[in-house]
Write a protein that binds this ligand. Structure first.
Ligand code: FES
Length: 632
């Protein structure tokens, strides 16, 4: 571990660390544009200059390119280093349009920050600027090439990190252009990361263009709900509208990036002005008290006529852990059997087998996938079911891992050898082997965990689950010996259903009334329900979910619920009444409604939703890596 001194502070870091990273480790910021933790160094921008005062290297050096060495003495504030950085910024800004006031990146722009911080407040250059023609890159990404400072981050991410082939860098004399050969939508399912990775405004999020400045944003650490991987995100909202999603760093899960599905699909249903926003009884608007009382009354009538066990409480894989934890109590008080956390019996059996078969020792995180040296993908379409897993597999492949596929052909941005069975994969001779499978392939994959290894670690498994909180659903289902709704209905005892954020297939509930649906989405189940209780969406509440690896993660409330100001037209403008709650904003988290029903049925109010073994999750840091539940 080399020891060096940076700005009079002694620093000891691992071999191979750069001077820039060593400085960051003791909170000394060094300006940088082309260097990025996930992409490494390029030495393209020259803005990270420092002065080496003593030791094996002397003079002005690029800190991102220089590995630390014993006895180095570094100054980041030396006048010569500062003058160099100031000059570099001025050169970079010569062709930049200086259009911060009309640029969508203004306020959240690394170039803007370093330009001002570096002291380049006055433009001296009066000549003609180099200009480019922009491209139409599809519905999500806006292109403004004149702002480019040639840091190469975009092309390094798009081609090297993500394996995209339709975007690159083209050059002619002094002109360097980052784009496609011709206009057209970017093809990579990870293209949205260009927005996050570009240190200036060349690539901005077209879907949220000119809607707000950084200081207007409502933001909170959150977790993507689009698949079971649980990538860390930062939703951005304003005026009760979810404007955009930004990727958030989580080294154990998604590293720095997110997929386009997570980035561009999540906001539409949350912003839908026509989603359930007021309690309804038989289609008519009602107050919360009337709707809750009506449920209690209908349940009591059914119990009187048909006896215990006639109500089915149905949870789902998109319900938060807090909601799932309260459902059994409501079931007990309604004299119902254990809640159904799954509608489909096969899905329940397979997901439960996978979740209960995983342990802390064999469950692979996405970080494990990125570091694996042998990966077998068994019968699962990763791009459709867990896109970010594709990016993790590609990083392993870039580091030399062998990638093998069994069964359904997978379209991956890396070399992949198709084999007939897992026996054909050299798992036993690998150092860090991982099997990626769906729930249907888990039992087979599990047998390879006990494979005698020649020299490496035992095989780990990453099982892709059907929904964002499937892991929790399977745990509760197993703990309470719950059956699926399909099985419950086949018993012939069910006379009424209460659906909690559950998507019940219409054919399953065709002959049984859905007494109540608690939901924030417009689903078939909501359409069929006698009583509708509107719940808050994930961005409007605090909650916890467990990803496919078994990692519990907390998500925080980003915005207050209510009709987004921007989307009033389809719903019609609300009446001009004085109100303390915004129109369409009288929603409650599902767990709170369950709690209210428990109280109205004669139970006691819950002060904490997470009890017993879940207690440790109450104060989980939403900005941290999460906590594998195997450590509870
Ligand atoms: Fe060092 Fe760009 S950050 S040269």
């Amino acid at each position: 571990m080399p020891k060096l001194i940076i700005d009079n502070i002694p620093v000891e870091v691992a071999e191979g660390t750069t001077v820039l990273e060593a400085a960051q480790s003791v909170d000394i910021p060094i300006p940088h544009f082309c260097w990025h933790p996930a992409l490494g160094k390029a030495g393209a921008c020259r803005v990270c200059a420092v002065k080496m005062l003593d030791g094996p290297v002397k003079g002005i050096q690029m800190s991102c390119m220089l590995p630390v060495m014993e006895e180095m003495v570094v100054s980041t504030t030396d006048p010569e280093a500062m003058a160099m950085r100031r000059s570099v910024i001025e050169w970079l800004m010569i062709n930049h349009p200086h259009d911060c006031p009309v640029c969508d990146e203004g306020g959240e722009c690394q170039l803007q920050d370093y330009t001002i911080a570096g002291g380049h407040g006055i433009r001296r250059y009066t000549g003609t600027k180099r200009t480019h023609v922009n491209q139409q890159l599809g519905p999500y990404i806006e292109h403004e090439m004149n702002r480019c400072i040639q840091c190469y981050r975009c092309v390094r991410f798009y081609q090297e990190y993500a394996g995209g082939t339709d975007f690159g860098v083209m050059g002619s004399a002094g002109r360097v252009y980052f784009g496609r050969f011709q206009d057209g939508p970017l093809e990579s399912p990870f293209s949205g990361n260009l927005v996050d990775i570009c240190p200036t405004g060349v690539f901005t999020d077209k879907t949220a263009r000119f809607r707000a400045r950084y200081w207007d944003y409502d933001m909170a650490p959150s977790i993507c709900q689009e698949c079971s991987l649980g990538c860390s995100i930062t939703p951005v909202a304003r005026y009760r509208e979810l404007l955009k999603i930004i990727g958030r760093r989580n080294d154990a899960v998604n590293a720095w990036f997110i997929c386009d599905r997570g980035r561009f699909s999540a906001a539409t249903p949350v912003n839908n002005p026509l989603r359930p926003r007021t309690p309804r009884i038989e289609g008519r608007e009602a107050g919360w008290d009337s709707a809750l009382d009506a449920i209690v009354q209908r349940v009591s009538e059914l119990l009187k006529n048909h006896g215990p066990g006639c109500i089915a409480l149905v949870g789902s894989q998109r319900l938060s852990l807090e909601g799932m934890a309260l459902l059994p109590e409501l079931s007990t008080i309604m004299l119902a059997d254990a809640p159904c956390y799954f509608c489909d019996e096969r899905e329940r059996v397979q997901t439960s087998a996978a979740v209960t078969g995983l342990t802390g020792a064999i469950s692979a995180s996405m970080a494990d996938i990125r570091q694996a040296d042998c990966i077998a993908i068994v019968d699962v379409d990763l791009m459709a079911e867990a896109p970010m897993m594709v990016l993790a597999v590609r990083q392993a492949w870039r580091s030399g891992a062998g990638v093998y596929s069994i069964g359904e052909t997978v379209d991956l941005p890396c070399e992949c050898t198709a084999v007939a069975t897992l026996d054909d994969v050299p798992l036993a001779t690998a150092q860090r082997p991982v099997i990626i499978c769906g729930t249907s392939g888990f039992t087979t994959a599990r047998q390879y965990v006990s494979l005698p290894m020649a020299k490496g670690e035992p095989v780990k498994i990453s099982c892709i689950l059907p929904g964002p909180n499937s892991f929790s659903a399977a745990l509760f289902s197993h703990e309470h010996a719950a059956i699926s709704l399909e099985q419950a209905i086949s018993s012939g005892r069910i006379k009424g259903i209460i659906a909690v954020e559950a998507d019940i297939p219409p054919e399953l509930s065709a002959d049984i009334p859905v007494i109540a649906a608690l939901d924030w989405r417009n689903t078939d189940t909501v359409a069929a329900a006698q009583i509708i209780l509107p719940t808050t969406a994930w961005a409007e509440m605090d909650g916890t979910c467990i990803n496919n690896e078994g990692r519990a993660q907390h998500f925080r409330k980003t915005m207050n619920p209510g009709l987004p100001v921007h989307g009033l037209n389809p719903a019609g403008h609300p009446s001009h009444l004085h109100r303390t709650i915004p129109p369409g904003g009288d929603l409650r988290p599902a767990w709170q409604i369950i709690d209210e029903l428990i109280v109205r049925m004669g139970g006691t109010r819950t002060t904490e939703q997470l009890n017993g073994k879940w207690e440790k999750l109450r104060h989980l840091d939403a900005e941290g890596d999460g906590l594998p539940i195997y450590e509870l």
